[in-house]
Design a protein around this ligand. Structure first.
Ligand SMILES: Cc1cc2nc3c(=O)[nH]c(=O)nc-3n(C[C@H](O)[C@H](O)[C@H](O)COP(=O)(O)O)c2cc1C
Length: 174
């Protein structure tokens, strides 16, 4: 029993914080990596069981349908040892003015009761939309910190349009 008591009262140490994130084009992944290294946390990439299309516009359309119907896509993997963590940094891009559908799936399939939840969010210039309310609603028993990171990052659409315009100026090679 004394051994058990000791392990139960072990002070906070590395591993008790998890950085979980979803990222399509890597903007949110860069932030996740920096939090992970600076705080020596565990790191978990949230992935859907079925990948989104490579094509940007198809992904936008699918994300819109899933948002409007409240669909929660299946996760490729769950965090098996969620009980070990007292703090979860949760990162995602804004999709269609809200959190991506897979983020709702992630929150619905893990028990975050009593855990401190700290969002970090990237967007293409239109802000956080209702994403924080969606997080609060899907993790009602977590302690959601108000000090989320929100930052504008590159938009895939802007990059694609720029490249399309440029290619139109480049002489065809055939
Ligand atoms: C399907 C989809 C929907 C998006 N919807 C929005 C939006 O509503 N508002 C916005 O500001 N940016 C939007 N963006 C841009 C992303 O939020 C932004 O580029 C983000 O930094 C991408 O992060 P990532 O590289 O980690 O995937 C959207 C991007 C995608 C792929």
């Amino acid at each position: 029993p004394s051994v058990l008591a000791t392990s139960e009262t072990t002070p906070r140490r590395a591993g008790e914080t998890l950085v979980a994130y979803f990222s399509r084009t890597g903007n949110t992944r860069v932030i996740a990596g920096q939090i992970h290294r600076a705080r020596t946390t565990d790191l978990f990439e949230i992935k859907p069981a079925t990948s989104y299309p490579e094509d940007y516009e198809q992904t936008v359309a699918q994300a819109r349908r899933e948002r409007d119907s409240g669909f929660e896509p299946a996760l490729q993997d769950r965090v098996s040892n969620m009980a070990n963590y007292s703090t979860v940094f949760l990162g995602f891009p804004i999709w269609g003015g809200t959190a991506p559908p897979i983020i709702r799936s992630f929150l619905s399939s893990h028990d975050l009761s009593g855990k401190t939840l700290i969002p970090f969010i990237t967007h293409g210039g239109y802000g956080l939309g209702n994403s924080l309310a969606v997080i609060a609603e899907h993790a009602p028993r977590a302690r959601l910190l108000k000090t989320e990171l929100s930052m504008e990052a590159d938009q895939e659409r802007r990059t694609l349009n720029r490249v399309t315009d440029w290619l139109n100026e480049v002489p065809s090679t055939d």
